[in-house]
Design a protein around this ligand. Structure first.
Ligand code: GDP
Ligand code: IMO
Ligand code: MG
Length: 429
């Protein structure tokens, strides 16, 4: 068996949670491989709505095992809240959630550092979700991190205090009194106490050596779907650096984030919105600042699932989509939020960039930068509701033409057209 991968091809929030949930019945295991609580994956079914941050989106199927891989970073405070939310919603989480001993811990002081570093950047801020992502991955790479497995060691407190002191020294360098900083609405020391309280929940979680667990599962013929977080254009190497997240969000990130060899990669599902959104700072060549952008935001309810911030909206950027497909080796696409374009007479799609007066489909060395100007093509809208459509043949002709145009441009097929947030609003082509 091989591992299939589902990941975002844009700036995140493409609808990964929804589609992982839709595909879950086909898989024995769903595994998250990178990112942390900066992610917000929404799943809607039977009138319920859940937003997951760390727990894989396969958790709603009692027969599926969910794995939080070594590449993920975990905040005990956040995961405790997530588990409580699922519990309240009647979702059983017990033996079907496994966590890697190698996954790193987000400490309260990582969140302090995130806040302090962002503030110091002033108008150049990244627009981070302030979940401690950058500082935690920095500690991992600089070999100073604490991992889930450390919780099982006697000297955890010693290691914790060493990291805490080192982080607080840095906070002081920025002339900030850490006791004045609030995290999730709590003064730091109160937040820190709540974080320590939450460790009890993590202690009870079922820990695994995920590389053995997953490779053995493949040997035994069990099927695995890896669930990406964020999106390709936020990748630490290939995103619009420095306005990116701190992990590799691509298929290659799956290999290191789960301990799966590249030769064991199966299908790669790339997921994108029928337009583009971005939350946080950084270049966005097709961004709209007019009524059309506001309409996308209103109709698409484009407000962050994790932070509630309004998302920036723009037209579909085909050269960027093609770039993301190349980086991931994606072989099947899913187009999301097609319904949001339903009241547009005319839709625009970017097909090229102009750089120094020259047209090109290729991104420059710096990747997506603020210097890129998009060249747009007009496409006819369908101006009809897509509600209730279950069969691809019943879509208006203009929707099919939009699908065909994208497929021809990028060279791979669109297998799902999504027309609403609910599990059932999913049309297979
Ligand atoms: P993720 O981070 O990739 O899982 O995506 P988010 O959950 O952050 O954002 C996607 C948002 O769009 C969520 O509110 C979903 O419920 C919603 N959504 C997903 N697919 C569709 C769709 O086809 N149409 C509409 N209107 N909403 C959708
Ligand atoms: P999901 O998995 C959209 C963005 C932030 C910011 C940048 C860096 O729901 O698609 P970080 O907190 O990682 O330091 O923020 O990345 N960002 C996301 N945008 N969806 C996400 O996740 C994101 N995770 C991080 O807004 O611009
Ligand atoms: Mg999201």
């Amino acid at each position: 068996m091989k591992v299939d991968v589902l990941l975002g091809l844009q700036w995140g929030d493409e609808g990964k949670g929804k589609i992982v949930d839709v595909l879950t019945p086909k898989y024995d295991i769903i595994a998250r491989f990178q990112g942390g609580p900066n992610a917000g994956h929404t799943i809607e079914f039977e009138g319920n709505k859940f937003v997951l941050h760390t727990i894989p989106s396969g958790i709603f199927n009692a027969n599926t095992t969910n794995v939080i891989g070594n590449g993920v970073i975990i905040d005990p405070y956040v995961i405790k809240k997530e588990l409580q939310m699922l519990n309240k919603g009647g979702i059983a989480v017990d033996k079907n959630l496994l966590v890697s001993r190698k996954a790193h811990l987000i400490l309260p002081t990582h969140r302090l550092l995130d806040a302090v570093f962002e503030k110091a950047k002033g108008k150049n801020k990244i627009g981070s979700t302030l979940k401690g992502i950058g500082p935690t991955y920095t500690d991992k790479v600089s070999r100073n991190g604490l991992r889930i497995g450390d919780l099982e060691e006697k000297n955890f407190d010693v290691k914790y205090n060493k990291s805490r002191n080192r982080h607080l020294d840095t906070v002081m360098l920025y002339d900030q009194d850490y006791e004045d900083i609030t995290i999730d609405g709590l003064p730091f020391l109160e937040y820190e106490a709540a974080w320590h309280n939450a460790l009890e929940v993590v202690h009870k979680m079922h820990k695994i050596n995920n590389e053995y667990y997953l490779n053995n599962a493949l040997e035994q013929g069990r099927s695995i779907l890896a669930e990406g977080a964020q999106g390709t254009l936020l990748d630490i190497d290939f995103g619009s650096y420095p306005f990116v997240t701190s992990s590799n969000t691509t298929t290659a990130g799956m290999c290191v984030g789960l301990g799966i060899a590249p030769s064991k990669v199966g299908k790669v599902y790339g997921i994108f919105k029928a337009y583009c959104t971005r939350v946080g700072s950084g270049p966005f060549p097709t961004e709209l600042f007019d009524e059309a952008g506001q309409k996308l935001r209103d109709v698409g309810n484009e407000y962050g699932s994790t932070t509630g911030r309004p998302r920036r909206c723009g037209w579909l950027d085909l050269p960027a989509l093609k770039y993301a497909i190349m980086l991931n080796g994606a072989n099947e696409l899913m187009m999301m939020k097609t319904d949001v374009l339903s009241d547009f007479n005319q839709i625009k799609v970017a097909t090229k960039y102009v750089i120094k007066g020259k047209e090109t489909e290729e991104l420059p060395g710096g990747g997506i930068t603020s210097k890129l100007k998009s060249v747009f093509k007009d496409v006819n809208g369908w101006n009809k509701s897509l509600e209730g459509i279950e069969d691809y043949d019943h879509f208006p002709e203009e929707v099919k033409q939009y699908v065909k145009f994208i497929e021809q441009f990028v060279g791979i097929p669109i297998k799902i057209v999504s027309i609403g947030p609910d599990r059932t609003q999913t049309v297979f082509t």
